[in-house]
Design a protein. Structure first.
Ligand code: APR
Length: 309
């Protein structure tokens, strides 16, 4: 039986760390692709040379040629630009849309049956670009955001209560960004809602910190954005797909009427397995939560409407 194959496009901080996690878990062979000559080859070789010490047999190669990615089971897209000084959000949107469109077209040409996991920001808008560029059904275009946002929320809850992150679960809906919708009543420690364990002002403070979790890291790093937690979150999704685990994870998927939204990628809980996004899980939202969800969806819509045709 052949080992699974994952292509990671973008050999930067997030992409290389995803490649490392996948290889070191022995989950799949990894092809690392980047536009910069030498970069993916160098990182790929470095990762391959770690294999004897770590003790895994996954093959890792770096390349600038999409032919090497042929027959991938999963393609992870992390390629893109970070926002440069003087660049507006809209400039970034247009630039990354161009990059995501081009890499997805090339990747799916060689891997027509792959499942796409999109990581490049602005996430929800990039999922739209990938869906369009691939022509894939919605089940095979999935955005990574909710797992990361929930992981941040879980970290802050566990720290606040002095309990293990393992017993801490969090529920975050909506777009990736300031308008995300953390749901405290579904966020629990060993099944107990955090609303019963923390006063409302502390819950609100943790929610606020979660919504700005990415910006908090950018402010500290100054020269880049988060990558360890984004890579860990991406790995969890790839693992769920390749091992058909039916994990229930919050992901950005194209809604078709669920949660009252049609034709937009927004973060909701889904079942992830060998078929990609196998099912959207619908939960009943309170009037306030539904309003926050709609606000988040409207923010995604605003970005999507600005995408170059
Ligand atoms: N084709 C292939 N690779 C490309 C292309 C392209 N057209 N354009 C850019 N890249 C590569 C860059 O050469 C770089 O190696 O994408 C990589 C991006 O890496 P970093 O700049 O280190 O960015 P990173 O921190 O990995 O973030 C990547 O993930 O979380 C999101 O917001 C983040 O959109 C960003 C993405």
């Amino acid at each position: 039986m052949r080992r699974n194959k994952v292509t990671v496009i973008g050999a930067g901080n997030v992409g290389a760390t995803v490649a490392q996690r996948i290889a070191e878990a022995g989950l799949a062979d990894v092809v690392l692709v980047d536009i910069v000559e030498g970069l993916p080859q160098g990182k790929g070789l470095d990762l391959a040379e770690a294999a004897p010490v770590v003790g895994h047999d996954a093959r890792v190669v770096g390349t600038n040629d999409y032919a090497d990615s042929a027959g991938s089971d999963v393609v992870v897209v992390t390629s893109g630009l970070a926002r440069q000084p003087g660049m507006s959000r809209d400039d970034l949107l247009a630039k990354n849309a161009g990059i995501v469109r081009s890499v997805v077209e090339q990747a799916v040409h060689h891997s027509p049956n792959a499942i796409l996991v999109i990581v490049t920001n602005p996430l929800d808008a990039m999922c739209h670009v990938a869906l369009q560029a691939s022509g894939f059904p919605r089940e095979r275009v999935i955005g990574m955001a909710g797992v990361l946002d929930s992981a941040r929320f879980r970290t802050f809850i566990a720290e606040e209560l002095g309990v293990s992150v393992e017993d801490t679960h969090a529920f975050v809906l909506g777009g990736h960004g300031d308008t995300m919708v953390p749901l405290p009543r579904y966020s629990t420690v060993a099944g107990i809602p955090i609303t019963e364990l923390l006063p409302p002002d502390r819950v609100a403070a943790l929610v606020e910190r979660t919504a700005h979790g990415g910006a908090e890291i950018v402010a500290l790093l100054k020269t880049g954005s988060a990558f360890y937690a984004p890579a860990a979150a991406t790995f969890e999704m790839v693992d769920a797909i390749l091992r058909d685990r039916k994990r229930v994870l919050p992901c950005a998927v194209l809604l078709q009427g669920e949660y009252g939204v049609d034709g937009l990628f927004v973060g909701v809980p889904v079942v992830l397995g060998a078929g990609g996004m196998e099912r959207v899980i619908q939960i009943k939202l309170s009037a306030d939560e539904q309003r926050a969800f709609q606000r988040s969806a409207a923010a995604v819509r605003e970005l999507v409407d600005k995408l170059p045709a």
